[in-house]
Ligand binder design. Structure first.
Ligand code: FAD
Length: 293
């Protein structure tokens, strides 16, 4: 089912999850076990990230196809412009659609390791809105597109209003859905959403939630993507040894509170970054299950 229909037809918020394609057979076996747990919950769709380079790109499409076949659920590949010419964009999307994809998360991507600024591939795209426009021109309504939004501004565009203006360009180019970057302070999300609506963005804006299960790991991720962990949450987490069961449960409880407040404030759904583990997501889905079914 296309994003538009998923959100338009839903009479309840949509629970969706993000996975990444494992690089090893062991990682894949782990994911298969975790997926069996995740699929016990009312998951509306599964999205699969696109690696920064090399073999994981083919793995994205393979995983998307395998999950769709195994669970008969909407699965969505991500795609980035990194190293992508117009021709390779078409090859990837043609293959995804031939396999049954009706949706794509369309992204610019980050500069490769060691590079400080994003350089488009020859005949490629500098910004995601250009990718969105290109895809709409070729595939029209046969493909529904989600794009990334940044409640705290993007790491290269700290000015929130400017960052939202750039988001508006992606929606004007044809995006049907916005999934946000992770954030831990709902005030940031509400401010961002208000601004987006004020600027005329009228597609669903779905908050992306990453439950903290290991403080050091999430601290690293937030630094890379320019998100902050509020001091109060940091204090709560660092009271426990890093990665300990107590810290994990404190992180999950905070994520349940965060998602609960968002769900009480009219979000169209919650997108959980699972990092290929079911434990935190299952706790969240169980605690918040009454919102989803
Ligand atoms: C939900 C989600 C899923 C993601 N999945 C992946 C994934 O699978 N693989 C991966 O590698 N990365 C992924 N990312 C990370 C993403 O690739 C990075 O955040 C990347 O730095 C920006 O991508 P974008 O599509 O938002 O780019 P853009 O929207 O193109 O924005 C990039 C930067 O350019 C600025 N900008 C945009 N338009 C203009 C303009 N017209 N003029 C000047 N500046 C402009 C923006 O403000 C921003 O600072 C994901 C992020 C999110 C939130």
């Amino acid at each position: 089912m296309k994003f538009r229909d998923i959100y338009q037809n839903a009479d309840r918020p949509v629970l969706s999850i993000e996975l990444f394609p494992p690089k090893t057979a062991k990682g894949r076996a782990h994911l298969d076990r975790e997926l069996a747990q995740l699929m016990q919950h009312p998951v509306g769709f599964v999205s699969v990230t696109y690696g920064a380079g090399g073999s994981t790109q083919a793995n994205t499409l393979e995983l998307v196809k395998a999950i769709r076949k195994r669970y008969e659920i909407t699965t969505v590949p991500h795609f980035t412009c990194v190293g992508a010419s117009r021709q390779s964009v078409r090859e990837y999307v043609d293959r995804a659609m031939a396999d049954g994809a009706e949706n794509l998360v369309a992204l610019r991507g980050d500069p490769p390791k060691g590079e400080t600024s994003f350089k488009p591939a020859p005949d490629g795209f500098r910004y995601a809105y250009q990718l969105v426009a290109f895809l709409k021109e070729i595939y029209g309504d046969a493909l529904s597109l989600a794009v990334a939004g940044y409640p705290e501004g993007h790491v290269e565009t700290r000015d929130l209003a400017l960052s939202v203006r750039h988001l508006k360009q992606k929606v004007d180019a044809g995006a049907d859905l916005i999934i946000t970057q992770l954030f831990y302070d709902n005030k940031d999300f509400f401010r961002f959403r208000d601004l987006a609506v004020k600027m005329g963005i009228n597609v669903p804006i779905v908050p992306g939630i990453l439950p903290v299960t290991k403080y050091s790991q999430i601290n690293h991720i937030t630094k890379l993507c320019g998100a902050k962990i509020p001091a109060e949450l940091t204090r709560l987490l660092v009271a426990f040894p890093d990665g300990s069961p107590d810290q994990q449960m404190a992180g999950i409880a905070a994520a349940i509170d965060q998602a609960g407040e968002l769900l009480e404030n009219d979000v169209p759904g919650i997108h959980i970054f699972t990092l290929n583990n079911s434990f935190a997501t299952s706790h969240m889905a169980a605690a918040l299950g009454h919102y989803f079914e």
